[in-house]
Each structure stands twice: as structure tokens, then as C-alpha cells.
Design a binder for this molecule. Sequence first.
Ligand SMILES: C[S@@+](CC[C@H](N)C(=O)[O-])C[C@H]1O[C@@H](n2cnc3c(N)ncnc32)[C@H](O)[C@@H]1O
Length: 225
Amino acid sequence: MSIKEIYIFGNKLVIYELDDVCDSVSGRALTGSWIWDSALLLSNWIATHRQTFEFAGKTVLELGAGTGLPGMTAARLGAKRVILTDIEPLVPGLRKSVEANGLGERVWVSRLVWGCDELPSRLVESGEVDAVLMSDVLFDAEEMAGLAKTLKEVCGEGTKVWAATEVRESTSDCLAELEEEGFGIVELPSQLGGESLDCFDNFAVFQLIPPKQTQFEDHSAQMEE
Ligand SMILES: C[S@@+](CC[C@H](N)C(=O)[O-])C[C@H]1O[C@@H](n2cnc3c(N)ncnc32)[C@H](O)[C@@H]1O
């Protein structure tokens, strides 16, 4: 296990990366064991746009959280409740990071396998989810039906869903699958603090519009400024 200190807009977050959890079939390290650049992008992006979407008092869900940086950033930005979710082997590392940052009161960790698991009871108890955060989860088109099912279950009429991703060959296939499932997709400018950082040139931030939010007219205006 290694410990990283990450600064998001001057706010320090301690992240535990795991080096001892492997997929039981392939034997390979689980991809959520370490922080991906998309997580850095999404964390900086929500901090940059914090005046457009006010996290204070909000309930936030992170799917495929891995090491949970965006969700914990949302907590630092004032979210009253954050639920970090991923597959079971990643739950202990997430719990360690939450504790290390002193966020145990407001940030919960739960197993959630897209499309398979029932929603965690604490998520159901929390009521409407105001925002869903996802970083680097758009890499396998075959996983998108499950992800879409979970998103449809958790999203209410006002839920905002943001996904940051490195743009790879598989990205458009994943987005096409989500569109098939009825989601609207809006690519948002991935500028940080007024400048587009070179290191994120090949990355994008998308807003996913859940099928039930058909009354929304102008999603592109959200979180752009
Ligand atoms: C590339 S990693 C990104 C991790 C983290 N969000 C980040 O950006 O650092 C993809 C994450 O999605 C999770 N994931 C993939 N398929 C999943 C599924 N069916 N259900 C739940 N989580 C899944 C993985 O366990 C992993 O944590």
C-alpha cells in the first residue's frame, strides 16, 4: 500500500493506493487500486466550477470510485453526504483514505457492482442524489448496460451526472451504448481555472443526461463558466 498526497486547489487529500489486490481470475492488479489522471481532472474540474454547481449541502455518489479522489473532493467542497462505491476488494482502501482525511462522518463507502447489486441501503436512505461523479469508467462498452441500469436507478429528475475520461478508441463505443440506453451526452469544456492544461489534452468531461430528464432544454450551459 502506498500513500499519496494530492492537492486540489490547495486542499490536501491523502489517498491510499493498493498494491496487494488482484483480480481473482486474471491475477492482474485491479485498475481501481491507483489514481487515474481522469480522477485528477474531474476533481480539479468540480473545484474549478464550484460556483456554478454548489456542492455545499448536496448528496453525491461516486461510481467506480477506485481511490475516491473526486468524491472526497466533493466532500471538501462541502457536500453533506458522499457515497463512494466500487467492487468489494477496493472498499478497504477507500475506507482508509476516508479515515485519513477525517471525512468519516460525511463520506460512506460501499460495494456497488453496476447493474448487479442492489443500491446500498445508505444510498437509499440518503434520498435523492444531487450529483454522480465518475472518472475513467468509460473504457469497456460491454459494461455500459450495467452502468446505465445503475444510473437509471440512482438518478432523480434533478441529478447531475459527470464523467471524466481519457479519450481512447473505446470511448465512442461506450458513449454510443449509453445513448442506446436513452442518455443524452454533452461534452463540456474541460478547462481548469480558465486554462486548458496540456496534460489533459487527450481527456474530456461529459455530462450524461438521464432518460427521465427529458424536460431539460439547455444542458450545455451547465458548469461551463
Ligand atoms: C480505470 S479505473 C478508475 C478508477 C478511479 N475512478 C480513478 O479514476 O482513479 C475503473 C474503475 O471502475 C470500476 N469498475 C469497473 N467495472 C465495474 C463494475 N461493473 N461495477 C463497479 N465498478 C466497476 C473498477 O473497479 C475501477 O475502480
